[in-house]
Design a binder for this molecule. Structure first.
Ligand code: FES
Ligand code: FES
Length: 164
């Protein structure tokens, strides 16, 4: 089947078998290997990327289902100021070790920072629950996301109470 999608702001086309996952399409057809594959059944979150601005697991989605949609992989943040802040905070807090989970973590962090400006540490943990990391123990990642939220939205954001 022929598919056309917007990949990191550029039109991408492909002739794919209906059974191929979006993750495999991106890695093998488009040669964008920043999207990592861990469990390949929706548990680890390593393959998380943004589809129409929302984080989704690319191992669970068929490439044909992404036809006509906007897909953003970890390679698609070159000039993105928000992601630059998040990356700086990850570096500051040593929020990665082997780096295998990191592309998925950054996609989820980007979603938290842009969608939930008043997220507290508890909410950050909840939002991160779909991304597993075998190295860091999560503390550095949570600290980094909290720091990015403060840097982008101002530390006074914490005075607001999150709705239940
Ligand atoms: S590789 Fe997709 S969730 Fe683990
Ligand atoms: S840094 Fe190694 S799995 Fe997260």
């Amino acid at each position: 089947m022929k598919i056309t999608l917007r990949l990191n702001g550029v039109e991408a086309t492909g002739d794919v078998e209906p059974r191929i996952s979006l993750a495999d399409f991106i890695r093998e057809h488009q040669r964008l290997t920043g999207t990592h594959l861990g469990c390949e059944h929706g548990v680890c979150g390593a393959c998380t990327l943004l589809i129409d601005g929302r984080p989704m697991r690319s191992c669970l989605m068929l490439a044909v289902s992404a036809d006509g949609r906007d897909v953003r992989t970890i390679e698609g943040y070159e000039d993105d100021e928000t992601m630059a802040v998040i990356r700086r905070c990850f570096k500051e807090w040593h929020a990665l070790q082997c780096g295998f989970c990191t592309p998925g973590m950054l996609a989820t962090a980007y979603d938290i920072v842009t969608r939930l400006p008043r997220a507290d540490r508890k909410r950050i943990r909840v939002e991160l629950s779909g991304n597993l990391c075998r190295c860091t123990g999560y503390l550095g990642i949570i600290n980094a996301i909290e720091m990015a939220l403060d840097n982008i939205h101002g530390a006074d954001r914490r005075t607001h109470v999150e709705p239940p």
